[in-house]
Design a protein around this ligand. Sequence first.
Ligand code: DX5
Ligand code: ZN
Length: 235
Amino acid sequence: MNSVFDEKCILSPSLISVCDLCNLESSVKALERGGIRMLHVDILDGHFSPSMPLGLDTVKALRKKTEIPFDCHVMASSNDFFVGELVDLGAEQILFHLEPEPHVDRMINYLHEHNVRAGVALKPGTDLSTLNYVLDKCDAILLMMINPGFAQCKNEGQASYMDRKVRELHEMIERRGLPTKVVLDGRISKKNMEDYGPQGIADIFVAGSTCIDKKDLENSAADLVQWREELLKNS
Ligand code: DX5
Ligand code: ZN
């Protein structure tokens, strides 16, 4: 079955970064009118990293207002509760951080048993070797380009070694002939999309403060959607 997850250079705007948290439904509708077809939903527990912008009940309420696929990113010291709730509310993809998870393999199995796309997320400094045994089971791997939870800090930028890491992950996936998608998250720019999108080095781009203007959400999203179409046409 054709799914938006199989497309090239998918735009997945970061809800906590571009939406108005007091008017979530209207923000998401504005993104949809702009042509956006996936939403990146960050869940932070305030412990894994020091911020907690969004609660599960809010995500549950939003799920009833839109059919846009939820690309969820769990940043929690203990995943079980958050992952379980996201499964129950109908998330399409759930990526949890590998670093705090004591039973990575079991968690991926649990998600697959519930027919949810599953995978792990890595902080910038986490070595790709940690993926060695689980990579083949993952539908997607999320690479944090910045330190998770610090998006509100203006001077938080992409780690200097990320280009090497993104390319090394792509090589690992290619070498094994896997369909695993690569999600890039944190200060994603048009340059990142140009460098990795058309060649399929990365697949899902979390569009946040660098490439969407939250004050003009619909137009800004529509411009980015148009720009992505041109990028793919000309490559
Ligand atoms: C980081 C989150 C990101 C982030 C992206 O804690 O996982 O989704 O909010 O936003 P920008 O692109 O603004 O860094
Ligand atoms: Zn995220």
